[in-house]
Design a protein. Structure first.
Length: 299
């Protein structure tokens, strides 16, 4: 089985830097991509956004430093975590796994916290949430979360982070096709005599998936000579060989077809081998074997 796969890569990037109070944040996020298909209603649809925060620099006077601890230190109060946060269309919290950089009652000075940021960043994740197509989603935020409270480091609602980029459609999945099932892994002609002709075959199921339609080439061929309409059968330890004609559908058909395919394509085909017993003239008895290949590939 052989398969061609086309890959589509899209990486729209928006770089930004921002000041939140005295905290400096730098990074990017991608265009919005819808996951759910369009509908005729205003009901929220699921979509996704990639983000990558590469730099966070705290400054003396930031609210997180000295809010609980009066010595001007960040008090994790159980844990400290950098985390992306927003709300979905129903007003429910949406937050990513983020990066937890402290468990316990750790305390960090500004310099110590900045050293930790340099060590743990970037924070890169994909977040999925529902929103209405005609409305801007809730604020997109980067937060410092502790066991006691959370601190806003950046938000697009305040203008300190850029607005959500334009909506772009998710690129279609590439069309791919494969042989998904065979009735048998071999074609056995059994015992033959000189002058006897035999036709044997197997069935195989073909399937395609992806977001596009196209054409696929189906071939039944010799594994050692792709494209050939015969397979060579050899007797081990000798130079004796015979050939079986290969075809798709019936013994008199071609061994190659071009098929119109689309997502969800699913069909069963017959793969036939025909052996002319006249080739056995002058050949001693024995077991002959060879290997054929079913090739189903997008073109």
């Amino acid at each position: 089985m052989k398969k061609l796969i086309s890959l589509i890569f899209a990486l729209p990037i928006c770089f930004y830097s921002a000041m939140v109070q005295a905290t400096y944040v730098e990074g990017w996020y991608s265009d919005w991509r819808w996951i759910d298909p369009p509908s005729n209603t205003s009901y929220p649809r699921m979509g996704e956004l990639d983000f990558n925060f590469t730099t966070v620099v705290f400054q003396a006077g930031d609210k997180a430093f000295g809010d609980i601890n009066k010595e001007g230190k960040l008090d994790c109060f159980g844990f400290c975590r950098l985390q992306f946060h927003t709300y979905n269309a129903f007003g429910n919290h949406v937050q990513t796994k983020g990066i937890t950089f402290e468990y316990g009652r750790g305390m960090f000075s500004v310099d110590e916290a900045n050293a930790v940021m340099r060590n743990i960043l970037p924070l890169a994740e994909t977040v999925q949430f529902s929103r209405r197509e005609e409305r801007h989603p809730y604020c997109l935020e980067l937060r410092l979360v502790t066991g006691w409270t959370s601190y806003l480091l950046g938000s697009d609602c305040t203008g300190l982070l850029p607005p959500l980029p334009p909506i772009t459609p998710r690129p279609p999945e590439p069309l791919s096709c494969a042989v998904t099932w065979q009735s048998s892994g071999e074609i056995d002609f059994g015992v033959m005599t000189q002058g006897e002709n035999k036709v044997k075959g197997i069935a195989a199921k073909l399937a395609c998936q992806g977001g596009t339609s196209g054409k696929a080439r189906l071939r039944f061929t010799d594994v050692n000579q792709v494209g050939a309409n015969t397979v060579t059968l050899r007797k081990s330890g000798t130079s004796d060989q015979i050939k079986a004609k290969l075809s798709i559908g019936d013994p008199n058909s071609s061994n190659e077809q071009v098929i119109d395919v689309s997502p969800g394509f699913n069909a069963t085909y017959a793969f036939v081998a025909k052996l002319d017993g006249a080739q056995l003239s002058g050949i001693d008895g024995g077991t002959f074997s060879g290997n054929a290949l079913i090739v189903f590939e997008v073109i």
